[in-house]
Design a protein. Structure first.
Length: 307
């Protein structure tokens, strides 16, 4: 195995026999993650909001890799009922999940609420994945080198999480809500890691991020925001296929460390897994535990003792 400092996508080990769930698999990072995993022999379950779009992406990837084992299934992270149906379907089919890549998300959108009364970016990017992870944990426990990879962002440092105002009624900005959802991702992944280790579970919880990637995450943003984002990405971003390096490393390497933020390093250097020390509110275990309790209350999903 290549050392992390030199690891790149060419070092992605054979994934034959592994089943990997990738959320948001029909666009951006999700397509690249799916492509590389399928090319290495994994069965990839593409969890997508728009199954028509998912089918088109699946067909395109199969044209590139005729033997790709791709399964498109519906999941709308804003709608917790779809998370339950998704998990119930895998359970009914007795599917073992070896890795769950919590990648899907939205960003920089106008304020709206989930059915649970939570601001939509926090609800989609955090609560949907919180529920899905808990609902799939029994499937993961039976997996081979099972891992949950939560895709976060270095922007978590700018997040301000107010557990008494999850609807963002007091103050709202699209960008502020996005970075807060990324802080929630980090807190969730770290608390999940603590709980899994305390229970002696074989499942690991890892954090990874793509750096600044050339995706369409801000596709629903106002025109001016999209224009500024486009200019910034031209100078600071990586191509999507390069940006997913750290995420693929976290999902496939048993030696990948928990408790760190695994990123791709800074451009223009080639992407390599880089272990970043977390700072600020992300390191507050009390905040993480309170977010967990609130999330369990809102979703009706909690990780049982013994995991």
């Amino acid at each position: 195995m290549a050392h992390a400092a030199t690891w790149n996508i060419a070092d992605l080990r054979d994934q034959t026999g592994r089943t990997i769930v990738v959320t948001g698999a029909s666009s951006g990072l999700g397509v690249a993650i799916t492509r590389h995993l399928a090319a290495r022999g994994a069965r990839v379950i593409m969890a997508v909001r728009d199954t028509g779009k998912g089918d088109r992406v699946r067909d395109r990837l199969r044209a590139e890799h005729p033997k790709a084992d791709l399964d498109v299934r519906h999941l709308d992270l804003l709608d917790l009922d779809t998370a339950r149906r998704f998990a119930d379907g895998l359970r009914a089919e007795r599917v073992t999940v070896d890795a769950l890549v919590n990648n899907g998300g939205i960003g920089n959108v106008p304020r709206r609420l989930s059915p649970q009364g939570v601001e939509s970016q926090l609800a989609t990017n955090h609560l949907g994945h919180f529920a899905l992870t808990g609902l799939l944990l029994d499937r993961l426990t039976m997996g081979r080198d099972p891992v949950v990879v939560t895709v976060a962002s270095g922007l978590y440092r700018l997040g301000r999480l107010d557990l008494d105002d999850l609807a963002a009624e007091r103050r709202y900005s699209p960008a502020g809500a996005y970075v807060t959802s990324k802080l929630a991702n980090v807190l969730f992944a770290l608390e999940l890691d603590r709980r899994l280790r305390a229970a002696g579970s074989p499942v690991r919880s890892l954090l990874a991020h793509p750096g600044v990637a050339r995706t369409d995450l801000d596709r629903d943003s106002p025109p001016l925001v999209r224009a500024v984002g486009t200019v910034l990405r031209l100078f600071l971003s990586r191509p999507v296929d390069d940006a997913v390096t750290a995420i693929l490393y976290a999902a496939t390497e048993p030696a990948a460390p928990t408790g760190r933020h695994i990123g791709p390093g800074r451009p223009p250097r080639p992407a390599r897994p880089t272990f970043e020390t977390l700072t600020g509110a992300a390191t507050d275990p009390d905040l993480a535990a309170r977010l967990w309790a609130r999330s369990a209350q809102l979703t009706g999903v909690d990780v049982p003792p013994g995991c």
